[in-house]
Design a protein around this ligand. Structure first.
Ligand code: ZN
Length: 302
């Protein structure tokens, strides 16, 4: 019998940024349901930063508190976020290739739902705009990109179909009379500070026949993969969504599912405007079956 030694990951150099010095605020009520009773799950994140994670007892929303203020997050996304991701993954973050691949997977999902005569696109959080540019090109759309990390050199990339809207604009600060036939929020929803308010705002920005694509890490899947709460949370996700809490939130703001997609640890939805809170959830039996499928997917070797 051969016993293999445990592989030790070499100790990385510390990341030179002081999380403890950033301005913070406490969360007083669950952003999704308003509940004030929650369970504290962990006091560290995957990077080792001292941050508490909680789970709302009423709706299952997993969130950080205290967390950085909106100003501190804006500064973080502009100057620190990309470097932190590269440090953690131990390789440069190739966002261009990543967004190209993402667009190629997303277009077949959206194809059947893009409304006839669609003209406009809004990409929320999709800096540097490779994905939205590709989608604008495919369906001849005029697009706008909003992202708190937008700015500097990114504005000079020469985007044609999808243009950045100012420098460093987040969804909260975005004001317009325009309405959009296609809105994208690609792996961004769990970065918002006002999750429910952000989704309500998106609903109001859709044309009557417009569609909205949103996807996020299924936190339960990530938890099963990581084997620890600490390994599955990070300061760049003030919220963590699971299938049930995600769908409850979408129903509550009047977004109706027309397609659901499992892609690795992510769950994505194609949505249309519906009546607020009037859509019935999936049956418990179906959700239980899908939960089993997710367990199998999470345990698959990559
Ligand atoms: Zn809640």
């Amino acid at each position: 019998m051969i016993t293999l030694a445990h592989v030790r990951v070499p100790q990385r150099k510390p990341f030179l940024w002081d999380y403890s010095a950033q301005p913070k605020e406490s969360v007083s009520a669950c952003n999704a349901c308003g509940g004030t009773y929650w369970v504290t799950l962990a006091d560290r994140d995957r990077y080792g930063f001292a941050v508490q994670t909680h789970c709302c007892y009423s709706c299952g929303l997993v969130f950080l508190s205290p967390r950085m203020t909106a100003e501190a997050y804006a500064e973080f996304y502009a100057n620190t976020y990309r470097d932190l991701i590269a440090w953690y993954s131990d390789r440069p973050h190739d966002i261009v290739k990543g967004q190209e691949r993402y667009a190629e997977k997303l277009m077949p999902i959206l194809e059947a739902f893009v409304p006839e005569g669609a003209k406009t696109l809004l990409d929320i959080g999709g800096e540097p705009g490779i994905c939205s540019e590709r989608i604008c090109e495919e369906w001849k759309l005029k697009g706008i990109l909003i992202d708190p990390a937008c700015g500097g050199n990114l504005l000079n990339r020469g985007l044609v179909g999808c243009k950045p809207w100012g420098q460093g604009i987040g969804l909260e600060a975005f004001e317009t009379d325009k309405r959009f036939d296609l809105i994208l929020m690609c792996q961004t929803v769990d970065h918002l500070l006002d999750l429910k308010g952000g989704l309500e705002k998106v609903r109001g920005l859709l044309t009557d026949n417009g569609i909205f694509w949103v996807d996020a890490v299924d936190w339960l899947y990530r938890l099963r993969q990581c084997g620890s709460v600490e390994g599955a949370v990070k300061i760049d996700h003030p919220y963590n969504l699971m299938e049930a809490s995600f769908e409850r939130l979408l129903w509550g703001v009047g977004l109706r599912k027309v397609r659901k997609v499992y892609q690795g640890p992510h769950i994505g939805y194609v949505l249309k405007k519906g009546d607020v809170g009037k859509v019935e959830p999936d049956s418990p039996a179906t959700l239980s079956l899908l939960g089993e499928i997710r367990k199998v997917q999470a345990s698959q070797k990559r």
